[in-house]
Design a protein around this ligand. Sequence first.
Ligand SMILES: Cc1cc2nc3c(=O)[nH]c(=O)nc-3n(C[C@H](O)[C@H](O)[C@H](O)COP(=O)(O)OP(=O)(O)OC[C@H]3O[C@@H](n4cnc5c(N)ncnc54)[C@H](O)[C@@H]3O)c2cc1C
Length: 429
Amino acid sequence: MTGATPQPVSWHVARWGDEPFSRGSWSYVRTGGSPADRWTLAEPIGDRFALCGEAVGTDQAAMTHGAYASGVRAAHWCLSVAAPGELIVVVGAGFGGLGAARTLTDAGYECVVVEARDRIGGRTHTVLLESADGSPAVAADAGAAWLQQFAKNPFASLAVSLGVQPVPTDFHTPLASASDGPVGDVDGALAQLAAAARAATAGPLPDVSLGSVAASLLLTGDDARSLRHAVDADIVLETGGALDDTSARGFFEEDGVGNDDHWLPGGYRTILDHLASGIDIRLGRPVRGIEWSVRGVTVETDAGPIRGDRCICNLPVSLLQAGEPMLRPGLPVAHRAALAGLGMGVVEKVLMRFDRRWWPAGSSGYMRWYDDPASWCEWGDLTDGCGAPVVAGLIAHDAVARQHHGRTDAEIVRAASAALRRWADALDA
Ligand SMILES: Cc1cc2nc3c(=O)[nH]c(=O)nc-3n(C[C@H](O)[C@H](O)[C@H](O)COP(=O)(O)OP(=O)(O)OC[C@H]3O[C@@H](n4cnc5c(N)ncnc54)[C@H](O)[C@@H]3O)c2cc1C
């Protein structure tokens, strides 16, 4: 392609890492931690308080349907200990909180959801991208956008029943190019790292970091380059955390994303609105403290306390780790240890609508850009699904620090467009 890089006519830049009510994108297992930490967190604390969310009690971690399932599970615990007529307070209207509130409401329990933001959905947020020529705005997601593990995802049939036809995306056949030459055997490098990680942590051996496993491979030349690309695209982009902080045992034990994913036309908003209908949700009420005792729970907000009988808490692990809001009497030792075993990764997304599709269209709708150092590594071409030329770019961890932090939205969009252009030019080379 020749000439100036086309610039989008509208865009949305996500800042999940900076937002006070998420402080990150999703959880991952840190070195020395374990997927079992997620189940420890799911243990109710006494008979008044329980946690839920994507990090809690799930083998579908870091995904919307895992968060929802955790909320449903917490609600069933509540139903097993609550008496009819009790008031259950749910803190947070993400998928976890909605799973809890939907289940309790459907079971006939009184339930109130207290949400800090002025919208529901937490780390799912459907935004509108305007056109320059008066054609209709299109909806796209700034957070979660795919139904993952489609065959066992309960939202798959729900979406269809709501009139949405999810679009399959094949993450295994990306249209890929690299800034430093032809793309090598990235899948082979990932398989080699996975085998080395399993060997390094087999049986009773202690956990080690994926960074130390990668270093132990002593790869050079093209092999080292393919490993770097695999790490950037398949690991750092999947955790949002540092390789040296990622558990070698935990990473490959968890059910990763990328298999049988389907993109949701119109965005997650349709599912969220359906699940939230008829639930008492108080928006714009940051919770400052949650206190529980044998007498019940008190949830402190700026608009005054909300008193109830039990509380299900859907806060991201980053906030729990920071001690916000204040929990009294606080989490037990086992829960605090489990929290320390998890990290909160940072993966940011930019959505850009152009006046035409100027980039090459692949068959899978999925593109990878192996930059050195990593930049906007993963792209989704949403054009066919949206009915307008829209792409979504993802950037993770240290690349966020290099290319995102401290920049204005306009600067980020220019850098992302430039990365997409370099990806397209490298495909042609
Ligand atoms: C860029 C990006 C892409 C993703 N892509 C996918 C994808 O394609 N598919 C997928 O399945 N998953 C994806 N995910 C992950 C998915 O979005 C999350 O796992 C899921 O939405 C988390 O739900 P949750 O209920 O656990 O937490 P949240 O959605 O974070 O809900 C927590 C709620 O608590 C509220 N809250 C926080 N503090 C307070 C307070 N003090 N008082 C009251 N309320 C408070 C928040 O505002 C929020 O509404 C993606 C995430 C990101 C960021």
